[in-house]
Design a protein around this ligand. Structure first.
Ligand code: 26Q
Length: 829
């Protein structure tokens, strides 16, 4: 397996094509040519979808020119390559991003116009690639774009799921999951690489090869897997800003070794003949839709190993081809593990180095640690990945041995050199021995890496104090912080063209290459004329969102009301419930005090719940039930509307974010590792109402205390409160607004057809309130009234929102990637 290449030097005489021209006339002619010769359609009968494919093929040619040049440059420079291993890449649509980064937006628009086709219509037909659940997957996508932008030779590795994250439909206010089929019309952005194919094994047994050594750990072994599948690569080019560089996103699909068992088929077992084939293809069939509690199923571990092994084999093959030896691996290769999902890579690299390439254990272990680094995205104990030892051993027997060998080394070091006691040794062990024995993937990733990073300053501090405190004691130089970022191309230039051109007009172009140059906007916060233009852009964006809501849901919302928005996965710790309960309290107030000067608000929610997350699904139903009652109550006189927009995804976020006045970032302090939606909203001129959690803390430092509305308990207070125990029932009884709102819910005001529908939610609040909804309620309600009063002074409001845009350039993922490159990878220009 691997690939046979025709040697470069032997064929240096072959001609290269002329780089393509990109004037509108050339583009238009090529689009027609593609329509005819690649798609086989006459322009007269071409469907919108055919225009999309033809347009992408023409743009793709321009991308390929840059792609090949980047590949050549990487090879010739001999620089370090960065590999980003992630089970999720939430990329969304690629076409506008590619065209915009190539600087061809106007030319493509004009070309299509000359053919009577609207670019925006064509671009909207592209399916939204949802190969991820939420923040972690979207971060990987932003990083891919930034690594190309800042000129780092990088490869993303993941799985080419046939079905991305499920489509969410609402049925009577309940979430219903439907399969997502982004590949059903083909994918013009990808290239199948049949020559990049690797065998991946599962199960079976382990034979000892060199019987003369008696030490376990230096023994070379031969793993005889019982099952084998083939991993086949699909490549998608990722274009950086100004097409500085084009990197590769390589996604694996699984194929059977024998597509059909002919003996079985001929013997009449037609279904059995396909069993292996089906089993192989199941590996890349579907993305796990759980983003909190790990699914724990065997197929998930198979997916993790499948893509880890394929990626490492590919990395070693490329390295050996260029450099011929593996000792230089850490000088030329950096591998970033996106959470623990690819953590089995640590054991797989050890296996490849020892069993396949004949290295001794100790040098292999040095190389492994110098090559890997690991990003942690969560502290929630229930979200830390671990696998039952029997399952791990059955699926990956050789890796289980290696995990034990690594663990022995770590434990000896801890006890002998650091004097760790039993309890500390238990906490750093790769095996959880409390109850059913499990392999801890976080500890495996930690000990197998030279760098472990958190994703915001607060999160990194808490990592040191909580989950990894004893490992941190053992290896005090490893934990470091890399605060998350977002790509300003997709999340400002492309999604908010109105704001983008307004900014450009007043401060020039520098911010297009350096988001921190947005600082130059600060003085304009005090400029009445600029404020009016900023406000006009916001209004246009709100009209666009209002039209979407009208079109999709038949609900009318008023663009002059405050758009108060919470969009993210539905999770109890993210506290959509707090937001809904406050809306109920406000509803109550509006009805009891119709004479007061209420700020008209539209509360917008969107987000998916994991299909098995009962309470999250109930929260969606509650939002919809509350919306129905409030939106239809004439006493509210349109002062409050609630909308839950179905099927949240990247493309929908691109319409919602630019239209926000208020950004809800209200997680229980200490529980949101970073958040990245918070950054998108601030960049697009929304004020944040939020807790001191994740990156909100650093956003507050950047924008200033006057330009963000902070409320609620701190992470330390939450920890203290949980340790000493709090009394939510007493808190509820002490707050008239809160108890009335909860009584309304539990007495069936919003669910007259089923009064007990929300009992589990309300009982949870009275009994333990783990997420501090009741404890933070009054502070939150008070903060919302502060927001109302800020809104009253329109001039000051826009002054603050302009300062948000001006001061959050630091949250560009270009900055984040530069920090990874300099401090972790030692790579890049
Ligand atoms: C694990 C095992 C089995 C099945 C699924 C999973 C799984 C999948 C996805 C576990 C977690 C996730 C996703 C986590 C995630 O998105 N975390 C978010 O990461 C962002 C980027 O760093 C942060 O901004 C968010 O705070 C964090 O919640």
């Amino acid at each position: 397996m691997g690939n046979t290449m025709i040697s470069k030097s032997a064929r240096a005489d072959l001609p290269s094509p002329e780089p393509r021209r990109s004037d509108p006339a050339t583009l238009a002619a090529e689009i027609i040519e593609r329509l005819t010769y690649s798609i086989g359609k006459d322009a007269k009968v071409a469907q919108p979808h055919d225009w999309m494919t033809a347009t992408i093929l023409v743009i793709r040619d321009r991308v390929i020119d840059h792609w090949m040049e980047s590949t050549r440059k990487t090879y010739e420079s001999g620089g370090k390559r960065v590999y980003y291993l992630s089970l999720e890449f939430l990329i969304g649509r690629l076409t506008r991003d590619a065209v915009s980064n190539l600087g061809m937006l106007e030319e493509v628009r004009e070309a299509l116009e000359s053919l009577g086709v609207d670019f925006d219509v064509v671009a909207a037909l592209e399916p939204d690639a949802a190969l991820g659940n939420g923040g972690l997957g979207r971060l990987a996508a932003c990083f891919m774009e930034s690594m190309a932008t800042v000129d780092i030779p990088a490869y993303g590795y993941g799985i080419r799921y046939v079905h991305g994250l499920f489509r969410q439909q609402m049925s009577d206010g309940w979430q219903v999951e439907l399969p997502e089929t982004w590949l059903s019309h083909g994918n013009p952005w990808e290239f199948q690489r049949s020559e990049s194919a690797y065998e991946i094994g599962f199960g079976g047994s382990v034979d000892i090869l060199d019987t003369e050594t008696d030490s376990d750990e230096t023994q070379r072994c031969a793993w005889k897997p019982q099952e084998r599948v083939i991993a086949v690569a699909y490549d998608t080019p990722v274009v950086g800003w100004r097409a500085n560089r084009v990197n590769t996103l390589r996604l694996w699909t699984a194929q059977p070794i024998d597509p059909i068992l002919l003996d079985a088929f001929n013997a009449g077992d037609h279904i059995g003949a396909l069993r292996e084939s089906n089993k192989a293809e199941a590996l890349a069939r579907v993305l796990y839709p759980a983003d909190g509690t790990p699914a724990g199923q065997e197929l998930r571990l198979r997916q993790e190993y499948f893509f880890s092994s394929a990626s490492l084999q590919d990395i070693l093959r490329r390295h050996l081809q260029q450099y011929g030896d593996l000792l230089s691996l850490p000088d030329k290769v950096a591998i970033q593990l996106n959470d623990t999902h690819p953590a089995v890579s640590v054991a797989e690299l050890m296996r490849l180095l020892i069993d396949v390439h004949g290295m001794e254990f100790d040098p292999a272990w040095d190389i492994t640690r110098e090559t890997f680094s690991y990003t942690n995205h969560t502290l929630l104990p229930e979200a830390l990945e671990s696998w039952p030892v029997p399952l791990f051993e059955r699926l990956l027997p050789r890796h289980m041995q290696l995990v034990y060998a690594i663990n022995a080394k770590v434990l000896v070091h801890a006890r002998k050199e650091r004097g760790y006691d039993d309890e500390q040794a238990r906490s750093v062990s790769l095996i959880d021995e409390g109850g059913e024995r499990r392999v801890r993937m976080g500890n495996l990733a930690f000990v197998g890496s030279h760098s472990i990073n958190g994703v915001s300053a607060l999160h990194t501090d808490l990592m040191k104090q909580t989950v990894f405190s004893d490992l941190h004691g053992l290896y005090p130089d490893r934990i470091n912080n890399k605060t998350n970022g977002i790509t300003p191309r997709r999340w400002l230039m492309q999604c908010n063209p109105g704001l983008f051109s307004l900014i450009r007009e007043v401060i020039g172009d520098e911010f297009m290459d350096d988001a921190e140059a947005l600082k130059a906007l600060e003085p304009f916060a005090g400029d009445a004329e600029f404020r009016a233009r900023f406000a006009a852009v916001k209004r246009d964006n709100k009209v666009r969102l209002a039209n979407l809501v009208a079109r999709r849901m038949g609900i009318k919302i008023d663009p002059s009301a405050m758009f108060d928005i919470q969009i993210k996965r539905i999770h109890e710790y993210k506290r959509q419930l707090l937001n809904i309960i406050e809306a109920i309290a406000l509803y109550d107030q509006i009805r009891s005090h119709p004479e007061r000067d209420w700020t008209p608000r539209v509360k917008i929610f969107a987000g998916k719940a994991a299909p098995s997350y009962h309470n999250a699904k109930l929260i969606i139903k509650l939002a919809n039930d509350v919306a129905r009652v409030i939106n239809h109550d004439p006493a509210v006189r349109g002062l409050l509307k609630i909308v839950f927009i179905p099927n949240y995804n990247v493309s929908l976020a691109e319409v919602i974010v630019p239209a926000a006045d208020l950004s809800e970032q209200i997680s229980t302090a200490g529980m949101e590792a970073s958040g990245t939606g918070n950054m998108k909203f601030a960049l697009n001129g929304a004020l944040t109402i939020g807790t001191l959690d994740g990156a909100n803390v650093e956003i507050q430092q950047c924008v200033g205390e006057d330009n963000i509305v902070i409320f609620g308990m701190t992470a330390a207070e939450v920890a203290e409160c949980r340790a000493t125990g709090h009394n939510p029932r007493a808190i509820i009884e002490a707050s008239r607004e809160l108890s009335q709102a909860l009584t309304a819910i539990s007495s069936g005001v919003f669910s007259p057809d089923d009064r007990d529908r929300f009992t589990e939610l309300t009982d949870g609040l009275y009994e333990h309130d783990w997420f501090m909804v009741t404890a933070d309620f009054d502070a939150y309600a008070e903060a919302q009234r502060r927001v109302d009063s800020l809104w009253l002074d329109e001039e000051a409001w826009y002054g603050r929102t302009i300062l948000n845009t001006a001061r959050v350039g630091w949250f560009s993922s270009d900055r984040t990637i530069r920090q990874y490159a300099k401090e972790i990878w030692k790579a890049g220009p």
